[in-house]
Ligand binder design. Sequence first.
Ligand SMILES: [Mn+2]
Length: 277
Amino acid sequence: MTSTSQHGPEGLRYRTVWLSDIHLGFKDCKAEYLLDFLNKMECETLYLLGDIVDLWAMKKRFCWPISHYEVIRALFQKAQQGTRVVYIPGNHDDSMRDYIGESLGPVEIAEEMVHETADGRRLLLFHGDVLDGHIRLGRFDRIVGDAAYEFLLFLNRWANFFRRRFGLSYWSLAVYLKNRVKNARNAIDVYEKAAVHEAKRRGLDGVVCGHIHQAEIAMRDDVLYCNDGDWIESCTALAEDDSGHLELIHWTEKRQSVKQLKASNDEVISDVVQLMV
Ligand SMILES: [Mn+2]
């Protein structure tokens, strides 16, 4: 495999990268940020953990800007250039589940997978909608696309319009609020417990999933819980380096650190929240 010698233009090279909940075809997908990330990193294996294309949103309102097409092209290009790309469909792209076990050109399609890290930990990979039955506080697959969520993303757009005017990087109002609304936080906890339970039941060391748009790495009940987040709200990916170390990449912050912005994030956060909520 030639991929061990791959280097991104900025030297971002990983053993493994996980992306999910991109929601191409949905107007709030942050395709430009993702394209920037894809162009600047290289990896040996890329797992796409579902909700890559949002077929539900496209049925409601067709939205397919050139940047969304460019994301698909960049993903296929990676596969053609030697990255192993595995696509595990989610609930918003569940018609792709008809192709499980087959491949889409150079891209493998699987229902779930076990990934072994460089340091020998075995992690269960799936999108996560299979756990919805455990969540009595509300199904997450209804959140994306419903009116309240659309309103939140509408506020998010305005908050970030102001942030751009102040020269600040993208910041997710949705993630900020979800962590502070008790029911949302409870639902996240129930989901995480269910994911950890499934990994434990199979005798694995951890789990990597997406679905709830809440990026996280945490040890729960001696099991590693990783959520790679999303590209509607948080613009995050999970990555593994050559030693098996896992990290969350907050791409908007990486970009910000490159730009060396001076203004304090917290000042503007409190201003914008007061303005919007
Ligand atoms: Mn989902």
